[in-house]
Design a protein. Structure first.
Length: 250
């Protein structure tokens, strides 16, 4: 069949119930174009190929898996992008949905890439290391609330759907997994500019143990920094508060 490559963070889903559950979740929001990230041995792919009238593509870096998939599912001819997800161009013109059991070693980078494509990503259902999934959905005041939480939640509604046990994979990972869903926000956040919002959030969390006043002092005039909000640390601010602060930046 094929070999598993630890260097690519490969842990293949083998639990059919979990595969069906992911596909059912995906179908709750209609789509016509679908990208699967990291199909691996095709556990999810075989169900996705059953969906009718869908323009389907899969991105897979491992040449051995590409050969296996093409041999097992000939219908995939011309539908596999043989590259790293992090290097590919936007796979479709127009809007598309993304699904995958994402390679855990690049999962955060995958989320930031989806953020770049946010104008066209209409839904994402993905499996991540549980710790990463929890960071994406965490709210202010939580110790795992950080840059990833704020930037993703600024543009997407996020939902933690369910846990996935280690035994559902071959080989079993040493960590638990979780499936989350991202949907575009219906009402965009009011901010001065996305560039300033990204700068503020990254600067604030870069020194998360400091008060905001000390962490972001280079971005505001001294008089603005006297405001009460600057007594807080980055993890205590809501996404809306970060957005409001952009209007006071230099």
């Amino acid at each position: 069949m094929y070999t598993l490559k630890k260097s690519l963070g490969q842990h293949f889903l083998k639990d059919e119930n979990i595969c069906r559950k992911i596909v059912l979740t995906l179908q709750q929001h209609p789509f016509s174009q679908l990208l699967e990230v990291g199909p691996g041995g095709g556990a999810l792919t075989k169900y996705l190929l059953e969906l009718e009238e869908i323009n389907f593509k899969a991105v897979e870096l491992d040449e051995e898996k590409v050969s296996y998939l093409l041999k097992t599912y000939p219908v995939l001819e011309g539908k596999i992008i043989h590259q790293s997800f992090l290097d590919i161009e936007r796979p479709f013109s127009g809007n598309f949905t993304v699904v995958g059991n994402f390679p855990y070693n690049i999962s955060t980078q995958i989320l930031f890439k989806l953020l770049e494509w946010r104008d066209n990503v209409e839904c994402m259902v993905g499996m991540f290391q549980k710790e990463v999934a929890q960071r994406v959905v965490s709210k202010e005041g939580n110790k795992v609330y950080g840059v990833l939480s704020v930037l993703i939640q600024a543009f997407f509604e996020v939902e933690y759907l369910f846990d996935v046990h280690e035994k559902c994979f071959q080989p079993p990972p040493k960590v638990k997994s979780g499936v989350i869903r991202l949907l575009p926000k219906q009402k965009p956040l009011n901010m001065k500019s996305e560039k300033q919002f990204f700068l503020l959030v990254k600067t604030a969390f870069n020194q998360r143990r400091k008060t905001l006043r000390n962490a972001v002092k280079g971005l505001f005039d001294a008089a603005i920094l006297e405001g009460e909000l600057f007594n807080k640390r980055a993890e205590q601010l809501t996404i809306e508060q970060f957005a409001e602060l952009t209007f006071k930046m230099r």
